[in-house]
Design a protein around this ligand. Structure first.
Ligand code: ADP
Ligand code: MG
Ligand code: ZN
Length: 477
C-alpha cells in the first residue's frame, strides 16, 4: 500500500527586542550567567509583569507578513509545569486567544510549482532559562539570562507533504523573519526552533492518521532526516498491520533514528488559565495599519520584482532573494552594470562559493558589490574573458585591488584584435593538418580542440567569440 505523509510544524522564533517580554532586562546573548535578571523574570513573589510593546509590534509584523488576521483582542495564559529552568513554575504564553490566526505562506517546490502552506496561529510567549550540566560532577547549574526573552510560536496547518516541503517552509519562514529584522533565525544557536508533527495515511484516505511529534531538531538537515525516517517507520509499521501510538520522539543524531521520549499518558497537563496579572491585549485598527505600512519588501515581492525588473529566471530570483543582504548586494551590483543575468551567475557561482568557504554573509563579503561590478564591466566590455575573470576574482578575494588594476598589472587584457588572432589561428591549422581533414570529413567535435589550441597559444586571453567566428570561417571554407 502507498502511504502519504502529513506534516505540521510548530516553530519558535526568538525576537530581537532589546529587552525581555515582561521586564527591562537585556536580551543580549553571551553575558555571564544570571547577570541579565531581575525579580520579575526570576519570578519573585509580589512582582508584576509589564508587557513590552516592541514584542507585540514584532509579532504583528510576522503575522501581517504571513497573511494572518491580527486579532483585536488576545490574552496571555499561564502554562503550568515544573522544571528548574522555569523559576515561576509556569510559562506565560497565549492559549485560547492568540494574537493572530488564519495565515499562509507560499513555498516553491523543486519542480517550480508554488504551494500554499496554511498558518493556524501565531502567539507570543516567554522563553525559559537554560540548564548547564557539569560534565565532571553530578551537578547541574541554571542560567536565567534567557528567562523571559520573547518568542513567537508559528503553528502550521498539516499542509506539508514531504520532508523537502518542510525544509522549504522553514527556509521561507526564516527568510521572512530576517527580512523583517525581528529574529536572527539561527537554528544552530537556538533562536529558531522547530517541532515536527507527522503522520501517514493510505493514499486517498481523507482522515489523518495518528501523529507523532519530533523534537530535538536543531538544524534543517535534522528536520528533513528525522521526518524521512519517521515517515518510513510509520509506513512500515502500518504495512505490517501495527498501530501508531501518539507520542513524542527525539531525533538521535548519532544513530540517525527517532526514539520514543514520552507517550500520550505521560503528556503534561498544563492546566492553562488566563494570567490574572496581565490585562487582555487590545489592538486597534490604527496600530495594525501603521505596522502594515512599516513592513519592508518581503522575499516573495522581491522575487517577483527581480523577475520583472531584471529579467532573471525564476530559479535565479529564488536564490538571490534568499536573504535580504544577498538581494541588496545584487541590486547594488546591478545598478553599476548592464547585464543582471551575468551578475546573478557570478553571485550564485563564484561569490557564493567564496562566502560559503569562509563562512561569511553577503554583507561581510571580501569582494564588495562595487568591486564585483568593476569585474563584470570588464567582461561586458570584452576586455577580459569570463575564464580570466575567475582568476581575477580569486585575486580580488585576497586583496583590496580593483579588477582593472589586477588585469593591467598581470597583462590579462583579452586579445580581440582580429588580425593577431587570424595569424595564430592560421598557424594552429597549419600545425594540425590531420585534425583539419578529419573535421572537414564530418568530425565536428574537433572544433573544441582547435579552440583549445588557440587558447593555449594566447594563454587563455583570446576573445572566445572572435576565435569561434574566425575558426568557423577558416574551417568551413
Ligand atoms: P498540540 O497542541 O498538541 O501540539 P495541535 O493541534 O496544536 O496540537 O497541533 C500541533 C501541530 O500538529 C500543528 O502544526 C498541526 O498542523 C499538526 N498536526 C495535527 N494533526 C496532525 C496529523 N494527524 N498529522 C500531522 N500533523 C498534524
Ligand atoms: Mg505540540
Ligand atoms: Zn528581568
Amino acid at each position: 500500500m502507498k502511504f502519504e505523509p502529513v506534516i505540521g510544524l510548530e516553530v519558535h522564533a526568538q525576537l530581537k527586542t532589546r529587552t525581555k517580554i515582561f521586564c527591562g532586562c537585556s536580551t543580549a546573548f553571551g553575558a555571564p550567567p544570571n547577570t541579565h535578571v531581575c525579580p520579575v523574570c526570576l519570578g519573585m513573589p509580589g512582582v508584576l509583569p509589564v508587557l513590552n510593546q516592541a514584542v507585540v509590534e514584532y509579532a504583528m509584523k510576522m503575522a501581517l507578513a504571513t497573511n494572518c488576521r491580527v486579532e483585536g483582542t488576545s490574552r496571555f495564559a499561564r502554562k503550568n509545569y515544573f522544571y528548574p529552568d522555569l523559576p515561576k513554575g509556569y510559562q506565560v504564553s497565549q492559549y485560547e486567544l492568540p494574537i493572530a490566526r488564519h495565515g499562509h505562506v507560499n513555498i516553491t517546490l523543486a519542480d517550480g510549482t508554488v504551494k500554499r502552506i496554511g498558518i493556524t496561529r501565531i502567539h507570543m510567549e516567554e522563553d525559559a532559562g537554560k540548564l548547564v550540566h557539569d560534565p565532571d560532577r553530578p551537578v547541574s547549574y541554571v542560567d536565567y539570562n534567557r528567562t523571559g526573552v520573547p518568542l513567537i510560536e508559528i503553528v502550521s496547518e498539516p499542509d506539508i507533504g514531504s520532508p523537502e516541503e518542510a525544509g522549504a517552509y522553514l527556509r521561507q519562514l526564516r527568510a521572512i523573519l530576517r527580512y523583517l529584522d525581528i529574529s536572527d533565525g539561527n537554528m544552530e544557536e537556538g533562536s529558531f526552533r522547530c517541532d515536527a508533527n507527522v503522520s501517514v495515511r493510505p493514499g486517498g484516505q481523507p482522515e489523518y492518521g495518528t501523529r507523532t511529534e519530533l523534537k530535538n531538531l536543531n538544524s534543517f538537515k535534522f528536520v528533513e532526516k528525522a521526518l524521512a525516517f519517521e515517515i518510513d517507520r510509520q509506513a512500515v509499521a502500518l504495512g505490517d498491520g501495527e498501530q501508531i501510538v501518539q507520542e513524542t520522539r527525539l531525533w538521535d543524531t548519532e544513530k540517525n533514528r527517532t526514539v520514543s521520549m514520552r507517550g500520550k499518558e505521560e503528556a503534561h497537563d498544563y492546566r492553562y488559565f488566563p494570567d490574572p496579572d496581565l490585562v487582555p491585549l487590545i489592538i486597534d485598527r490604527d496600530w495594525i495599519e501603521n505596522v502594515e505600512k512599516s513592513l519592508p519588501e518581503l522575499p516573495d515581492q522581491r522575487r517577483v520584482r527581480f523577475i520583472s525588473d531584471y529579467g532573471l529566471p525564476e530559479y535565479d530570483a529564488d536564490v538571490i532573494t534568499v536573504s535580504r543582504e544577498f538581494a541588496d548586494y545584487f541590486e547594488d551590483c546591478v545598478s553599476r552594470v548592464n547585464t543582471p543575468k551575468t551578475v546573478s551567475n557570478w553571485m550564485m557561482g563564484e561569490l557564493m562559493g567564496l562566502l560559503n568557504a569562509r563562512g561569511l554573509s553577503a554583507a561581510e563579503s571580501p569582494v564588495s558589490a562595487k568591486r564585483l561590478a568593476g569585474l563584470i564591466k570588464l567582461i561586458e566590455d570584452e576586455v577580459i574573458s569570463g575564464k580570466i575573470a575567475k582568476t581575477v576574482f580569486d585575486e580580488m578575494a585576497d586583496s583590496d585591488k580593483e579588477a582593472e588594476t589586477i588585469v593591467a598589472e598581470k597583462g590579462l587584457v583579452q586579445v580581440s584584435d582580429t588580425s593577431a588572432l587570424e595569424e595564430i589561428i592560421a598557424r594552429v591549422l597549419e600545425n594540425h593538418p590531420d585534425e583539419v581533414e578529419k573535421y572537414r570529413g564530418g568530425k565536428s567535435k574537433l572544433f573544441g580542440f582547435f579552440v583549445g589550441q588557440v587558447m593555449k597559444e594566447t594563454k587563455g586571453k583570446a576573445n572566445p567569440q572572435v576565435v569561434n567566428r574566425i575558426l568557423k570561417d577558416r574551417l568551413d571554407q
